[in-house]
Design a binder for this molecule. Structure first.
Ligand SMILES: *Cc1c(COP(=O)(O)O)cnc(C)c1O
Length: 442
């Protein structure tokens, strides 16, 4: 059923932008059916985890103080372990964000004299300071943990020769980032991560393989922990929090690795036994339950965005047809005005703070001004509709999230409307893109 144009008109979308959006959405139906099938599988996987671990009403209540015998917390960690097929998991509101979860996994499993290796190029920006690539107080480098990196080959493949050379006696832990983050390399599929881990373990079986799983959870029916990863690590204000978790991070993996992380998060001797869940558990459970379908909605939004802007002649990564392994979409506008108009359109589509206008600002830690659009229920949540872009060449924006496909779709149309309203995209070009699409389909 087509709901028609009326509601879109009341929300400021022009007839031509709407019609183009309908044509693109129609073209994508078969891909959306595949995404729904993945969500269906993952929905059952999460449900099975919850049933197998006998989640009860009492699990939804929290503890205070030390948090000894926190039934809900301990059961939730078993649910995560069950869904990721790992021996154990640490899922806590005391883990403040994704970077914290990754830092925790690294710092608790590395010792002075060890070496950390990234065989997939430069890690996510915030990890540079954790590792000490950019000198920073309290970094791994300060504690005598060295770092080695092997970049991907120009075609995106693994540089197996140099990876083999980089693995030495001191190599203790290998970090593999699934998502491309803010780089232009392709995101790694779980299958490719599995090949890389098999290669590394073939050279040094006792090396710990950790995967930064941020933005990747539930995009496929398998997770890196299904293909040999000793730890998978991520943020609860991305995919696995399902938009409901108000804070948190997780580490799922081998028992000894998770135990090390727990001793570091709380204290040697205390480990997982302490750490009150406060009032977070219901949202953690319910968010995890919704995560497969929320991720599916965000994924559809990313593919829709790719095709909308590709059809108008912009460079998009991944492109409109590529298979997806995370929920991030990059669109290159080539001008500051394009980046700003896009982000202002995303902001105008938000359920919260839609009336404010984002502007570029000097964000700490970045070498150029950055503009961010986020009108989220959970501050900074990037599983909700959000976008950001540095104001520097090539003037690309990174778009992600949307708690529902319907909202992600509207957000993208609103962003295009913003470009049209500012004269950066002509209405006649939108009409031409739609005609071209119609022709290619017939
Ligand atoms: C978001 C992200 C992080 C860091 O998570 P924060 O919650 O922002 O600290 C790390 N790695 C990747 C790939 C990410 O996408």
């Amino acid at each position: 059923m087509n709901i028609g144009y009326d509601m879109y008109r009341t929300l400021g979308i022009s007839g031509e932008v709407y019609a183009y959006g309908e044509a693109v959405a129609e073209m994508l139906q078969s891909r959306f059916t595949e995404i729904d099938a993945t969500a269906e599988y993952n929905q059952l996987k999460v449900l099975k985890g919850m049933q197998d671990q006998q989640v009860s009403e009492a699990c939804l209540l929290g503890t205070t103080g030390y948090g000894y015998n926190d039934l809900g917390r301990d059961t939730l960690e078993r649910v995560y372990a069950s869904v990721f097929h790992t021996q154990d998991a640490l899922v806590r509101p005391q883990i403040t964000c994704g970077t914290h979860a990754l830092a925790l996994a690294l710092m608790s499993n590395l010792r002075p004299g060890d070496e950390l290796l990234s065989p997939v190029g430069k890690p996510y920006d915030t990890l540079e300071e954790v590792i000490g690539i950019r000198p920073s107080r309290g970094s791994l480098a300060e504690y005598g943990v060295s770092y080695a990196q092997v970049d991907l080959l120009p075609d995106g493949g693994f540089d197996y020769d140099n990876i083999r050379r980089a693995i030495g006696e001191r190599t203790r832990l290998v970090t593999i980032q699934r998502s491309k983050g803010y780089q232009t390399r392709p995101t790694l599929s779980v299958a490719r991560i599995g090949e890389l881990i098999a290669f590394i373990k073939g050279i040094k079986p006792d090396v710990i393989c950790m995967v930064d799983n941020c933005y990747g959870e539930f995009v496929e029916t398998v997770e890196p922990s299904d293909v040999g990863a000793d730890m998978v690590v991520g943020s609860l204000i991305k995919n696995p929090g399902g938009g409901l978790a108000p804070i948190g991070g997780y580490i799922a993996g081998r028992r000894d690795c998770v135990e090390n992380a727990a001793y570091r998060l709380t204290s040697p001797g205390l480990g997982k036994e302490v750490g009150a869940s406060l009032g977070t558990l219901k949202d953690f459970y319910q968010g995890f339950f919704l995560a497969p379908t929320v991720t599916a909605g965000a994924l559809k939004g990313a593919i829709f965005a790719a095709n909308i802007y590709e059809g108008l002649g912009y460079k998009v990564v991944p492109d409109g047809r590529q298979s997806r392994h995370d929920i991030i979409q990059a669109v290159t506008f080539g001008s500051p005005e394009g980046v700003i108009a896009f982000c202002q359109g995303i902001q105008a589509a938000a359920p919260v703070d839609s009336h404010v206008t984002p502007e570029p600002w000097d964000m700490p830690g970045y070498d150029a001004q950055v503009i961010m659009a986020a009108g989220a229920f959970v501050s900074g949540s990037s599983i909700e509709l959000s976008a950001d872009g540095p104001i520097k060449p090539p003037y690309a924006v990174y778009f992600q999230g949307g708690l529902t496909w319907q909202h992600a779709k509207f957000g993208i149309l609103r962003s295009l409307q913003s470009l049209v309203d500012k004269g950066l995209v002509k209405t006649e070009d939108v009409a031409k893109a739609r005609e071209k699409l119609k022709k290619s389909l017939s």
